[in-house]
Structure formats: C-alpha cells, structure tokens
Design a protein around this ligand. Structure first.
Ligand code: SF4
Length: 136
C-alpha cells in the first residue's frame, strides 16, 4: 500500500491566492488522488499540536502557498516535516496571465480554472514521488 502524502495549503484570506491553494488541495485529496493523500489544518502546526506535528514528521508532505511569504512551507519546516516540495499560486498566475480571479470567498470561473491547473500539477508530483522519480 502507498504511504499517504500530506498536502498542506496555506490559510490566506483577503485575496484569491489562499482560496485557490485550498481548493486545489481539496480536489487532490477528495478526488484526483483520493486514498493516496490527506491534509490537515496549517493552524494546528502553528500552535504546535503534537498529533499534527507527528503526522507531518512521519509522512511526506507538499506545501501549497498563495504568495512568496510561503507560510505553509515555513511552518512545515519549523515543525520538522518531511517536506518534499512546494507550490505557489503566485507562480501559477505568472504562467497563466490570461487568468485573473477576482472573487475571494467563492472562486469565479478563472479562479476555478487556476485551482484545477494547480491540482493537476500536484497530482503529477504525487505520481513522481510514488514512482521514486524525485527525492522523498
Ligand atoms: S502564503 Fe501568502 S496567502 Fe498564504 S497565508 Fe501566507 S501570506 Fe497569506
């Protein structure tokens, strides 16, 4: 059986970035790679929750951040997680400048397109990790 990989999105509010990171995470965990992945609330790591710390220390993790501040990546590093790689919504926006999400709480069409693109990239990375093609 394949070991679970934890996908940890940042908790950004106020811009669409954080919403896209969380939506992409849900698409991977609940659909694209259901059963191979799981997630947990970043805030539990921030407050030092022991069970959450243990989970990220004992499983491979992928951080999904909205912007260059990389809150998910940094908190995973602080928690001693087995961090394999990270994605940033801001990088995706640079690659797809035709897509400009405007809504924050509920993603509009362009926000949903970006979330799907990001989810597909995460799923591909999980496949690489499980095939042992990249360090884990
Ligand atoms: S990475 Fe950026 S968008 Fe995400 S929680 Fe941190 S500051 Fe907010």
């Amino acid at each position: 059986m394949t070991e679970l990989i934890f996908i940890i999105p940042c908790s950004g509010i106020g811009k669409a970035f954080g919403t896209i990171s969380r939506e992409a995470t849900y698409q991977v965990v609940e659909d694209l790679r259901k059963g191979e992945t799981d997630t947990l609330c970043l805030s539990l790591l921030v407050i030092g929750d022991e069970d959450s710390n243990h989970l990220v220390q004992s499983h491979r993790c992928i951080a999904i951040d909205g912007c260059p501040l990389e809150c998910a990546k940094k908190n995973l590093q602080l928690a001693g997680a087995k961090l394999t790689t990270n994605f940033r919504v801001v990088d995706l926006l640079k690659e797809h400048q035709n897509l400009k999400p405007k809504n924050i709480t509920f993603l509009d069409q362009e926000g949903r397109e970006l979330a799907k693109l990001l989810a597909d990239q995460i799923a591909a990375k999980i496949d690489e990790l499980n095939r042992g093609e990249i360090d884990s």
